[in-house]
Design a protein around this ligand. Structure first.
Ligand code: C2E
Ligand code: CA
Ligand code: CA
Length: 735
């Protein structure tokens, strides 16, 4: 089970990691793919931009050359028309910003002064000009350029007008401010030779830094393009790893080319930065997401395990809780139905006392100790769990007839545990599980039902919920119905048992105890012993006590009206009342309603009533309130349980009723006599009236009278009597 869980947790964790990695890889791939696409797009745009700018440069250069050519043509026309004489040429040259102007004959003999002296006859451009073209070429081996236009006279080309412009002037042609100064433009001839390069960053410097070699693919392609007058581009890389875009395109029909170079990163650098940031961000976000979900999955796994622990284990013992007990138990019973399964409900007696006396910490310790002890007593496949509070549930197996012995075994084992309030005592209820339809919850309830019937027994006790028990239960349900009917039909009446006082050697009626009777329409008079326990269990007793109290009040009222002596009458008050707050309010209401004289009324409280309140202070308070209502209060059944004489000093009761058990044996033994005598004298010393109950023999009475007992109540003098019979014993009121 544990292993499986661990494996499952590992599986979950592995899948979480795989999912996280996949997510990361996916996001990373998409981000990189996007960046590549972006890069490509940017490259395309860069090329486009480059081509546009290059084109503009070409047009600009062309128009500048055209303009210069135009000036030269004008001068040539002026010469042809005779408007201008060759002698006027220098003046026109400076006007048109030529360094020199000269008329060259068909032989091409050098027309220029020293600085530009050169033989033009060899130049293809010169030949073209002679053939009627306007041409442009560098001045061989000199710093300058030649502009050549044909000179005509009478429709015949007679020579060429040549203009020279210096390098510096030419450079202005390619000097443009494109690409923020990061690019450079130059003019090439069709052989790829640089004719004009800008001042600030010579083109040759850029291109020289590339691994340029004539054999390289792009270089060959470019040569071809230049020969054919085609435009083109190429991506070059420099020695220091920089990449450069090269664009070249023809300038009109001058057989010249504009070449433009820009760093590839001109635009891409910024885009790259953004792309890198985007990738970084995406991958970072994905990593964070993956991390969070991995943590989430692992945490969820832990939380689930934690929840399982909380949901299925007992916080105090660390063992099974009831939910787990039911679940696991039913599974076991289904798996092995023929094993004689039974559920035992086991409750610790006086656990509350342990908590109160020693504190909850040691209460918890005790629970753990009990849990351990029970586990030791269990066989293979059997279960133990703590249910609510101090109740434990056990699932046992084995022959049915051995269950009682098993329960005894548990009592004995737990009885070895010492608690703050003595040896541990428990009450147990057992219930067999129906293997065909295992319902452990129902078994627990039945086991508890059986347990409660013996919960009050001393010391430890156990009961089985078997066929007989079930039958009794059925019967009890019937009885309960009957009881409720009895209330409705007013089938209850009171009997009064006289209490006698000795006066002048004779016993006379000095009071009575009201005892309830059920006048059953079919079964006749039913004594309280047969229905009071059920009333106690169901809480009906409170209603019953008030009913009796009311009847007594009415009786007292009637006696007062009839002029009969109003002897004090005591009524029994069940401890169940203490469960209701301010229960005395009901008594007060009845007193007020009936107008009975409270001084004639006495409430009999058993020791356990006063014990139920636990704190002696509370008991004193209760007695105080009874006194406030004007009634007396007596301590009933003194000596039946574990009465403590110590109680008497703390509780301001008015009367002490010695239980029949005191006299059950014989008062002959000097020991018993001494005890009774001591109690009676103690009561007298404390100014508490003493009442001896259940006196059946003359000898007992004689002893008690002699020992100073105030009142005697017993069959010796009178049994409980119907009210009319009791009234006949009463003397008329004194006045
Ligand atoms: P209890 O309060 O101790 O009442 C005295 C019981 O002893 C009465 O039994 C009475 O009939 C019986 N008794 C009196 N003298 C003798 C005697 O000489 N010998 C023997 N063997 N018994 C004697 P009863 O009437 O059957 O009542 C039994 C118990 O039922 C009472 O014990 C009391 O605890 C309870 N009870 C009766 N009426 C009420 C009631 O109205 N409210 C409550 N809460 N309990 C009541
Ligand atoms: Ca009583
Ligand atoms: Ca009694």
């Amino acid at each position: 089970m544990q292993g499986q869980k661990k494996q499952r947790a590992q599986g979950v964790r592995r899948w979480a990691l795989i999912a996280a990695a996949a997510l990361l890889a996916g996001v990373g791939t998409i981000a990189v793919w996007n960046a590549v696409a972006l890069r490509q797009a940017v490259d395309r745009r860069t090329q486009q931009y480059l081509a546009d700018v290059s084109n503009q440069s070409a047009q600009l250069i062309r128009s500048r050359i055209d303009a210069i050519m135009g000036q030269l043509v004008l001068i040539a026309e002026d010469l042809a028309a005779g408007v201008l004489s060759p002698e006027g040429l220098p003046a026109r040259a400076s006007l048109a910003k030529f360094d020199q102007l000269a008329v060259v004959g068909p032989a091409g003999d050098s027309p220029f002064a020293e600085a530009h002296a050169v033989d033009l006859g060899e130049l293809p451009a010169f030949q073209s000009a002679l053939n009627g073209a306007r041409t442009f070429c560098p001045l061989p081996e000199k710093d300058g350029f030649l502009y050549l236009v044909p000179l005509t006279r009478g429709g015949q080309i007679t020579g060429v007008l040549a203009g020279v412009k210096s390098d510096a002037k030419m450079r202005l042609l390619v000097d443009n401010d494109c690409f923020d100064g990061q690019g450079s433009t130059c003019v090439l001839d069709s052989d790829g030779a640089v004719l004009v390069s800008p001042v600030q960053r010579p083109f040759s410097a850029s291109i020289g830094a590339t691994h340029y070699s004539e054999t390289e693919g792009w270089a060959q392609e470019m040569q071809e393009d230049l020969q054919q007058g085609r435009a083109g581009n190429a991506l070059l890389s420099t020695a220091d790893g920089e990449e450069i875009w090269l664009d070249y395109r023809p300038i009109g029909d001058y057989e010249l080319y504009v070449a433009t170079l820009i760093p590839r990163d001109l635009i891409a650098a910024e885009v790259d930065l953004h792309a890198r940031q985007a990738i970084g961000f995406a991958v970072g976000a994905a990593a964070l997401l993956a991390l969070l979900s991995a943590i989430g999955i692992i945490y969820q796994g832990r939380a689930r395990a934690q929840m399982r622990r909380i949901a299925f284990s007992d916080p105090v013992t660390g063992g099974y809780n009831n939910a787990r007990f039911l679940w696991e138990g039913e599974r076991l019973v289904r798996q092995r139905p023929a094993e004689g399964w039974a559920v035992i409900a086991l409750n610790l007696k006086d656990f509350r006392l342990v908590n109160e006396v020693k504190g909850e910490e040691s209460g918890d310790d005790l629970l753990r100790q009990v849990h351990r002890a029970l586990l030791q007593q269990l066989g293979e496949g059997e279960l133990a769990a703590r249910g609510e509070g101090d109740t434990f549930y056990l699932l046992t197996r084995g022959p049915q007839e051995q269950l009682a012995a098993r329960m005894e075994g548990f009592s004995a084992r737990l009885g070895a545990i010492d608690t703050a309030v003595g040896r541990l005592r428990v009450s147990q209820g057992g219930c067999f599980v129906d293997p065909s339809a295992p319902d452990l919850g129902a078994a627990e309830r039945r086991a508890n039902l059986a347990r409660r019937t013996v919960a009050e027994e001393y010391p430890s006790s156990a009961a089985l919920f078997d066929g007989a028990f079930a039958a009794r239960q059925e019967e009890e349900i019937e009885r309960l119905k009957e009881l409720e009917q009895a209330f409705a039909r007013e089938e209850f009446c009171i009997y009064l048992q006289p209490k006698y006082r000795q006066r002048d050697g004779r016993a006379e009626v000095a009071g009575a105890e009201a005892l309830v009777r059920w006048v059953h329409p079919g079964r006749g008079l039913i004594p309280p012993g047969e229905f009071i326990p059920l009333c106690e269990r169901t809480g009906l007793i409170r209603q019953l006590d008030l009913l009796v109290f009311e009847k007594v009040c009415l009786l007292l009222k009637k006696w007062a009206e009839q002029g009969l002596a109003e002897v004090p009458i005591s009524v029994n008050v069940s401890r169940q009342h203490l469960k209701t707050a301010h229960f005395l309010d009901s008594y007060r209401d009845i007193l007020q309603r009936t107008g009975a004289d409270a001084r004639r009324l006495e409430l009999e409280l058993t020791e356990n009533v006063l014990f139920t309140t636990r704190e002696i202070g509370k008991s004193r308070e209760l007695i105080g309130r009874i006194h406030q209502l004007g009634m007396r209060c007596s301590l009933d059944d003194f000596g039946a349980g574990y009465s403590s004489l110590g109680l008497l000093k703390d509780l301001p009761v008015d009367a002490l009723k010695l239980d029949r058990q005191f006299f059950a044996g014989s008062l002959d033994s000097p020991r018993s006599q001494a005890v009774v005598r001591a109690i009676l004298s103690l009561a007298r010393a404390l100014d508490i009236e003493s009442v001896a109950e259940g006196i059946e023999e003359e000898g007992q009475a004689a002893f008690l009278w002699k020992a100073g007992c105030d009142l005697i109540q017993g069959y010796l003098y009178a049994p409980p009597l119907p009210t009319a019979a009791f009234e006949s014993l009463l003397p008329p009121a004194d006045n």
